[in-house]
Ligand binder design. Structure first.
Ligand code: SAH
Length: 269
């Protein structure tokens, strides 16, 4: 696809629209009503790996494009995804770009919106329930709590290639408040070591939550001192929660996806 051609602004030809829709963290019941409405109306749905594929059932009429994979199983490069959105809208289509969680939280939704704006394509953003809050919530961890944490910081634990993470560790290690790392499991050793060397107490509680909000949800809890020994079974997608609020997990852990829960969940669909 010719990228230059697709970025050129020829808004007068466009009758389509792109909806950047947050699909929620995994549990399909957490899609918003507006997201559902736009899925019903979509001619094309361009979806990501992290958006629950059950949500595609709401768009049986739509052409489905898996942005996570090409036929050779490589992810489609971002520029090409932008081009697909632009081209489909220029064909007059109603396009849903379905992303995991919230489109503007580490989801490259901002870049897609920028490309659409540059190309003169009308778009709307439908915020989603971000995994940064919902996944801790399904583990019984409120990300803020009076007397425990008066702020929460969302941090990316991902960087290009195998480089070490380039973050302001002394700022992150200050105070007692909550840190939520997304995409951080591969860099867990560096995260733990950097926070401790920057002054965060080694007894600070830590939880790792894999496949949060889904029946496969797995939780490991510990402290900065021992979480690495406990982490070997945790695979992406996973969230790292660090801070006093993690202690609440032991009493507030409410999500036990037994058969009743799962059948209620399928009624939601
Ligand atoms: N826009 C998304 C985040 C995309 S970055 C959102 O708002 O949720 C992808 C990262 O999100 C993953 O590496 C993981 O850290 C986190 N994540 C997404 N879904 C998750 C889930 N169900 N369980 C645990 N972590 C999840």
């Amino acid at each position: 696809m010719d990228e230059k051609k697709c970025i050129k602004n020829n808004a007068e030809e466009t009758t389509g629209i792109v909806y950047l829709v947050g699909g929620g963290p995994g549990d399909p019941g957490l899609l918003t009503l507006r997201g559902l409405d736009y899925l019903h109306r979509a001619d094309v749905v361009v979806y990501d790996r992290l958006a629950n594929s059950l949500l595609l059932d709401y768009a049986p009429q739509a052409q489905l494009i898996d942005a996570g994979k090409e036929p050779d199983h490589h992810p489609i490069p971002q520029e090409q995804i932008n081009c697909i959105l632009i081209e489909k809208a220029r064909e007059g289509k109603t396009v849903v770009r379905l992303k995991g969680g919230d489109p503007f939280v580490f989801g490259r939704g901002g870049e897609e919106a920028q490309a659409l704006a540059d190309a003169g394509i009308p778009f709307e953003v439908v915020p989603g329930v971000t995994s940064a809050i919902a996944v801790p919530a399904y583990a019984g961890i409120p990300v803020t709590q009076r007397g425990m944490a008066s702020s929460v910081t969302f941090v990316t634990g991902h960087c290009a290639g195998r480089e070490p993470l380039n973050l302001n560790w002394s700022a992150l290690a200050q105070g007692n408040d909550t840190l939520v790392f997304l995409m951080g499991i591969h860099h867990l050793p560096q995260i733990v070591e950097s926070l401790i060397s920057a002054g965060r107490a080694s007894e600070t509680p830590v939880a790792l939550i894999e496949q949060g909000t889904l029946p496969e949800q797995k939780i490991v809890a510990g402290t900065l001192a021992d979480i690495l020994e406990k982490a070997s079974d945790i695979r992406p997608p996973a969230i790292i929660v660090i801070g006093e609020v993690v202690k609440l997990h032991s009493t507030l852990n409410w999500f036990h996806p037994d058969a009743t829960y799962l059948s209620e969940m399928s009624n939601v669909r």
